[in-house]
Write a protein that binds this ligand. Structure first.
Ligand code: GDP
Length: 350
């Protein structure tokens, strides 16, 4: 799926990385308008441009109102219209390992779409009164009823599941030791997962597939270890989907050990800030005591100071979490130090 993306400068890299995870190939990027258009969010001239383009999806990396959704859907003849919240839900769904996570994601989506359906309903109701072309009303009305029914069904199911969650956790058995790859979006988690599992394909269309596995058992020495590419940490998650995010990420709770991937090429203060908030999220998830390796990725982009930066991240991490058992500089892109990372993972689970 080819996508046209509207995104602010400071989220551009992450947004592209997230879209790729969700199976989109970003063809063209535009900045977010400083003042959103009242009807379409995006400026009229861009709308005209998009109408003639062959792109499959238009993604606005911000929150759209029901009115924006409805108007964009009407004007963009069949192109998929997505905002930040819907994209994130698509990504959560790819990583959702439990029934609870799947339901929580579905619930968030239904709740988000409900006002859009309501808006369509109120409009068709008015037009129906004015003429005989109100055939759509019944459709929208029953869609509304269906949404409400689904929402209450899922809510009930989730309440039931939550009661049993603790029990399920104790019963869950992994075949092999399970290592979760965590870290912020764009740090290179998937690249490392692909490199270690050998699942990396040449950079072609097949890269943009949502069927890529997120967990995979690899032989290390005489044993096997299951690596899990988690949904990772994401900046600026809309509050409506925080629950869905945490339950998706909570897969980390079952891990025997963790890799925390950081993008070592980030500027120092941002690097430390993201490291610090990674540990805050882990604490919110109730994760402690699992042995961890810090993986400083994108070493190929840092000249000279990579060791110094890694030491900085390591000592901060060691202050905030225990046990941090090791740290290593790698480049998933160049294949640097990956054998040595594999060895470290092996000693981590033994
Ligand atoms: P994730 O969001 O953490 O899973 O990150 P990805 O694996 O999708 O990588 C994000 C971006 O960083 C992609 O454009 C990768 O090609 C790039 N990337 C990943 N690892 C490296 C690396 O070691 N060096 C460089 N230069 N780029 C990398």
């Amino acid at each position: 799926m080819k996508a046209t993306l509207f995104v602010s400068q400071d989220f551009a890299d992450e947004a592209v990385s997230l879209l790729e995870t969700a199976g989109y190939e970003v063809e063209k990027t535009y900045p977010l308008p400083s003042k959103p258009n009242r009807l379409y969010y995006i400026p009229q001239d861009k709308l005209k441009l998009l109408q003639d383009q062959e792109t499959d999806a238009v993604v606005v990396f911000d929150l759209l109102s029901p009115r924006h959704f409805i108007n964009l859907n009407r004007s963009l003849n069949g192109k998929k219209v997505l905002d930040k919240l819907l994209i994130l839900l698509e990504i959560f769904a790819l990583h959702a390992g439990s029934k609870e996570a799947k339901l929580q994601i579905e619930l968030a989506r239904l709740k988000y779409e409900l006002p859009i359906i309501k808006d369509i309903y109120s409009k068709t109701k008015i037009s129906e009164q004015q003429g005989p072309l109100g055939a759509g009303t019944y459709g929208v009305e029953s869609a509304l009823r269906l949404y409400n029914r689904k929402i209450s069904k899922i809510t009930k199911e989730l309440e039931g599941l939550k009661k049993f969650r603790e029990m399920q956790m104790q019963n869950r058995r992994e075949e092999f030791p399970y290592v979760a790859i965590t870290g912020y979006t764009n740090a290179g988690k998937t690249s490392i997962f692909n490199a270690l599992t050998g699942l990396n394909k040449p950079t072609d269309q097949s890269m943009f597939t949502t069927t890529a596995p997120k967990r995979y058992a690899i032989p290390i020495g005489s044993k096997k270890v299951t690596l899990v590419d988690t949904v990772g940490f994401i900046r600026g998650i809309p509050p409506q989907i925080i629950d869905a995010f945490f339950v998706t990420l909570s897969e980390i709770r079952y891990a025997n050990a963790l890799l925390l991937v950081v993008d070592i090429s980030l500027e120092d203060s941002l690097l430390l800030e993201m490291t610090r908030s990674s540990f805050e999220i882990l604490r919110e998830l109730g994760i402690s005591g699992k042995p961890m390796i810090i993986v400083g990725n994108k070493a190929d982009l840092v000249d000279g100071r990579s060791k110094e930066k890694m030491d900085m991240v390591y000592s901060l991490s060691d202050n905030l979490y225990s046990p941090v058992v090791d740290a290593i500089l790698v480049s998933a892109k160049k294949g640097w130090n990956l054998d040595s990372l594999r060895d470290k993972i092996f000693s981590l689970v033994n």
